[in-house]
Structures are given as C-alpha cells and as structure tokens.
Write a protein that binds this ligand. Sequence first.
Ligand code: UD1
Ligand code: UDP
Length: 369
Amino acid sequence: MSARRRIMIVVGTRPEAIKMAPVILALREQPWADVRVLATAQHRQMLDQVLAAFGIVPDIDLDIMQPGQALTALTARLLLRIDDVLATERPDLVLLQGDTTTVMSVAMACFYHRIPIGHVEAGLRTGDLDNPFPEEMNRIVAGRLARWHFAPTETSRGNLLREGFAGDNIFVTGNTVIDALHQVAERELDIGVDIDPDKRLVLVTAHRRENFGEPFRAVCRAIRHLADSNPDTIFLYPVHPNPNVSEVAREMLAGHERITLCKPLDYLPFVAAMKRAHVILTDSGGVQEEAPALGKPVLVLRRETERPEAVEAGVVKLIGTDYDAVVNETNRLLRDGAAWRAMARGVSPYGDGRAASRITEVLRHQLAA
Ligand code: UD1
Ligand code: UDP
C-alpha cells in the first residue's frame, strides 16, 4: 500500500468510546493508517472519562452536548457541524460504532459527501422501531449506508444477509466491548464507593428512552421494595445523567439505607462494580455483553433485545419493566441458589477479545484493493 489511508474514527457517547477505543489503539499501530479521532461529544463528561481511561485525545472535538438535548435539535446540530469537518478532512474512510444519533447523523453526512463507511457492531436488530427507540432506526440507517459491516456474531451477520447485504462485505469479528474489557481487567480496579463487604450487591443501570415515565417509575418502586425486603443485600445504582432518568431516580430512591445512588462510574470502577455484583439489573446494551463474560446474571429491563445470544445461553433474562416481574425475578436470583448458579456461568457469546485486530486486518485488505 503506497499512501497512508486517512481513517476517521467517530465517537459520540460513552459506549461508542468504550467499543471504539480498542479499534483506535489497534489502527494507530498500523503504518498504513493515518487515524483521526472525531469526538462529537454528544456526551461530554461520560465520553471524556472513557477517552482518558484509554489515553485517547480526540483530534477534533465538536462539543455538541447540551443539557436535556432533544433528538431533532441534536441531529440538526450534528449534521451541520459534521458537514464542515468532512469537507475539510476528506477522509478515505469513516468508522462508526453502534446506533446512536451521532452514528446516524455522521452516516448521512458521509453519504452526502460520498465517503465510504465501516460500521462496527453491525447487524443488531430487534425488528421493532419502537424498541429500542431511536436506536433501531439509527442502526438501520447506518447499516444501509455502510460499505463494510463488522458484525459481532453470526446472528447479526444473518440479520444483514436477510436484509439483502452482500456476504462479501460482512465480517464476523466479535464485539470490541470484550477487547476493552480484557484490556482493563488486568489493571487495578476499585469501585471507589463504600460497599458493605458483608452484603450482596445488586448493580442497577437504566437509561432507555422507551422506558421513560411509568415503566421507569415501576422499576424504581420495585427496587425500593426489594431493598426493603432483602436486608442482606445492597443496591448500587450509578445514575445516568439524562434528566428524564436522574430526576426520577433521586425522587424515588434517595434516602434508603440499602440503596446507594451515585454519579455514573468511570469505566474502570464500573467494571469493578460488575465484578463485585451478585446480580445486575439493566437496560443497557453494553452491560448485556460484558456481564456474561464476567459470569454475572443479568435481568434486562426491556421488552426486546437485539442481543439474543446470551438470552439463548440462559445467562441473561429479558424481564421487562413491570413491578411484579422485577420483584419476582430479582428475588428468585437472590433466594434460590440453583437459579442463580444456572445464570452465573461465565460465557462470552459476544467475542474473544480479538475483534479490533480482525477489523484492522479486514481494513488493511480492503483498502489495499
Ligand atoms: C445516548 C444514546 C443511546 C445510548 C446512550 C448511552 C441517542 C439518541 N441515545 O442516550 O443510544 O445507549 O447514550 O449512554 O443517541 N448527559 C450529561 N453528561 C453526559 C452525557 C449525558 O449531562 O456526559 C445528559 C445531558 O443532559 C444530555 C442528556 O444526558 O442532554 C441526554 O444525552 P443523549 O446523548 O441525548 O441521550 P442518552 O440518554 O445519553
Ligand atoms: N458503564 C460505565 N459506567 C457506568 C455505567 C456503565 O462505564 O456507570 C459502561 C459499561 O461498562 C458499558 C457501557 O458503559 O461498557 C454501556 O453504556 P450505556 O449503558 O450508557 O449504553 P448502551 O450500551 O446501552 O448503549
């Protein structure tokens, strides 16, 4: 390969940064790649802490986030700002990850500029535009506009084939989230929050838009009841800063002696919290991938998931947001040792920690062609 290829890698939110960090670090090692990192900063604090944890400094930072941002205004601001960046930078390739508004907006801007896209974590689908909202639409748009699809699993590859994408452009790589997990698991990990060592820990995260309002309030009522009725268990809940979540969480859960609400944990402390947890309640995508690899049972506070592999393996259970379901399923894992052991079996259907090197190899071949 003669001239170095200009590769722009885009990150907007916390999960994009966690999942792109291994790709950025791997591509920076390649003599043929001229890597530029574009941070839209759709998330500000949560993006910065991940980039710092991996020692990554963005080359361009759009500083887009506004408190309580609405989807339409966020999309409009992103499109306008990205347009300028693409016109100036003229990358040979743009790499996007996942299904956020950053990804959808950058994909559209690349399409207008006729710049090829590689989509990392391609082919995840629920088949329901309302669940998750708006992510299902975001990833459909990104996938439709991408030239290269880096599918984490055979299931996601199958989804893309069913939508008519050419098999030659789909590469099953595993999910880069497992690469990131392997990279930090060797480091010193400390939650940084006082947790009674004699009590079991239930770790909670929640932020999905389709759960805002009554579904999320029902989950909070259930957590309060579980904390009341399980004196040997504490609940640690790093609260997502979206005001639709944080205001309700504080109103409904603050002040209970066995519920600790804290700010979002930085990535390394959060991995420490997952390792310390007995059970994890979450509506997060990434946590559904990481927790099985750490052998932690996950109850998913959603009606559908685009990550069926761990559900099929029996280590993740989709329970929705109904009060009774959250109470009963959590109590089952807290009180029935056999039920807990059946779900606490360390399996890693999402990868082996080598996804970034596979993506790098594919790009080297493809860009040389
Ligand atoms: C976004 C993504 C979602 C992803 C999630 C990961 C979209 C539409 N949503 O949801 O797919 O799963 O990130 O966490 O792309 N905020 C801060 N500081 C931060 C981050 C957020 O204060 O570092 C607050 C701000 O008030 C911001 C609000 O959270 O306006 C919402 O952020 P936004 O990125 O629009 O949505 P998320 O709910 O974070
Ligand atoms: N995470 C974190 N701190 C927290 C909660 C989550 O670092 O307080 C990490 C977690 O390990 C996972 C990612 O953030 O890798 C998931 O992000 P999030 O749940 O915000 O988004 P999603 O995966 O649902 O898109």
